[in-house]
Design a protein. Structure first.
Length: 178
C-alpha cells in the first residue's frame, strides 16, 4: 500500500537553470550539489524513494530538502517576479539549500576579550609587575582576570587562543614567538 504522495515541486525555467548550473559547478560543496539534484529530481516528478535510489541517499534526506524547497518556493517566486538578477537568485537558492544553524552553547569569550588577551601576551610581563621574563598561559590567565578582561579563564583556554592567533605558517604558539 503506497504512502502519502509527496509535495510537488514546481520550478521556473530560471530556477531550473540556476539549480543545474550550481549542480555542475566543480567548486561547489558536494552537499550543495546533492541538494540541487534532489530538488531537480523532485521537480521531475520523482517521489522521495525514487529520488533516494537515483541519488544514493536516504529517503528522509530527499523528504527534508523537498520540504525545505517547498517552504521557500513562494519567496523565491516573489524575488524572481520583483526582477532579482540571476546572481541574486542563485545566492537566494544557495541560502535555501544551506544548513540551518545548529544548536549549541554560545561562545564563552567575546572576540574583543580574545584580542585583548593576545595583546596582553605581546606586552613585557615585567611591565605588569610579573616576576617573569616570558609569559606563561597561567601568568596570562591571572593577569587577564586581574585587569578585568575576563572574570575567569583557564590557562588552557589562553594557550588555545594564542596558538590559534599565530601566523598560519607557524606551528608554534605566540608564547614561543616572544
Amino acid at each position: 500500500m503506497p504512502g502519502p504522495k509527496p509535495r510537488s515541486i514546481e520550478l521556473t525555467a530560471r530556477q531550473r537553470e540556476i539549480l543545474k548550473r550550481l549542480a555542475r559547478r566543480e567548486t561547489n560543496p558536494q552537499r550543495l550539489v546533492r541538494r540541487c539534484n534532489i530538488v531537480l529530481e523532485a521537480a521531475e516528478g520523482a517521489n522521495n524513494a525514487q529520488v533516494g535510489r537515483r541519488l544514493n541517499i536516504q529517503r528522509s534526506t530527499a523528504r527534508t530538502w523537498r520540504e525545505r524547497w517547498a517552504a521557500a518556493a513562494p519567496a523565491l517566486l516573489l524575488a524572481e517576479e520583483e526582477g532579482l538578477d540571476d546572481k541574486g537568485l542563485a545566492e537566494l537558492i544557495e541560502q535555501v539549500l544551506a544548513d540551518e544553524p545548529r544548536p549549541g552553547a554560545p561562545s564563552t569569550f567575546e572576540p574583543e576579550q580574545i584580542a585583548q588577551i593576545i595583546a596582553l601576551a605581546c606586552e613585557d610581563p615585567q611591565e605588569s609587575g610579573r616576576p617573569v621574563t616570558h609569559w606563561t598561559p597561567q601568568e596570562l590567565a591571572d593577569e587577564a582576570i586581574k585587569r578585568g578582561i575576563v572574570t575567569s579563564i583557564s590557562p588552557r583556554s589562553v594557550g588555545r587562543f594564542l596558538k590559534r592567533g599565530g601566523l598560519e605558517a607557524s606551528s608554534e604558539s605566540l608564547l614561543a614567538e616572544r
